[in-house]
Design a protein. Sequence first.
Length: 362
Amino acid sequence: MRSREIKFILFLFTLLGLLCVFSSSAVFSFEQYGSKYMMVFKQFLFFAAGWVVFYLMQKFTGKKAIAALTVFITVVSMLGLIYVLISGVRINNAKRWIQFFGFTVQPSEFFKISALLLMAFSINKQGKIILRNKRGVWEWGNVFRLSIIIAGLALVLVAPDMGTTVTIGAALLAGLVFSKTNFKYTAGILLICALLVVAFIYFSPYRRARVVSMFKSGGGQTFNYQRFQSQNAIQKGGVFGKGIGRGRMKVFSLPEAWSDFIFSVISEEVGLIGGILLIGLYFLLFMRIYNIGNKTKDIQLKYFTLMFLVLLSMQVGFNIGVAVGVLPPTGMVLPLISSGGSALIAFMMGFGICEAVRNRNG
C-alpha cells in the first residue's frame, strides 16, 4: 500500500470537514463571535495542528521511539485527566475540559491513544497478555500498564463521560479478544464489563432516561427533542438534499449542529446519496488502516493498529447511530468532520502512528 493513499483520504476529509463545519456553524458563529468565519477558522487551525502532529508521529518508526512516545502521551493525558477532576471546565453538566490559551482541551481524547498503546505493549510476541509467567513471577510491567488503563478509564467515567469510556473499553476488549489470551479470562472480563455498563446506566437516572426515551414517541423539550430534530433534518434532506448551505434545521433547531449532530446537517444538505458517499469514504479509510495492521509483522504494533481501527469505526458508528436515532445521545463527535480540536488532533496522532507502522513495513 502506497503512503500517499491514506494521506489523500485524510486530505479529502480535511476539505470536507472544513466545508461541513462552515455550513453548520456560520449562523451560530456570527451570533456568538460577530463573524460567520470564526468557527471554521478555528477548525482550520486545528487541522493545521493535526497535520503537523501526523507528520511528526510518522517519524517514530523505531520500537523504542514508539515506546518513549507512549510514555509521553500517557503522562500528559493522565496529568490532564487529574487536572480536569480537580479544576476542569464544566460544559453542559460535564467536566471534561481544560482552558488553555483561549482554547479548551479534552485530555480524554488523547488518553484514547495512550490506552491503546499501553494495551498493545502489554501483549507479548505470542499474542498473549501475561500477568504472571509460568514460574509464578509477576510481570510488573504489564500490571503497571493495565493499572494505568483502569485508572484512566475511571477518571474519564467520573467526568462523567460514559460514551468515551465505553468506546475506549470496547477497543481494548477487541484487542483482548483478538489476542491469544486464555478464553476463560477474556470471557470473564467481557461479562464483567457488560454488567458494569448496565449497572452504570440503570443506577444513573440521567443515563437511564436517555435510553428509555429512545422507545418513547412524541417530541417536546425532553430527551426526545434532540432525536426528533435530528431525524427531521435527515428526512427533510431526502435522497439528494437541499443543497450545500441551504439546510434550515441547523439554524437554532438542531442542537450542536456543528459537532454531535453534524451528520444530520450533511444529510439535510446533500441527502441520502451524500451520507452514503461519506460513509463510503470512511470505509476506504478503515480498509487502509486494516491493510497496515494486516501487513505488519510486529505483533504489538499490529494490535495497536487493529484496536485503533475499532476505536475509529465505533466512534463513527456511535455518532451516526445517534443522528439517525438508533442510539441515545453520547456527545461523541464525527471523526475528522465535526468541529473541535482535541478529538481531531488525537485521531491525526493515531493516523500518524499507523503511518509509522506502515513505514516499518517498507
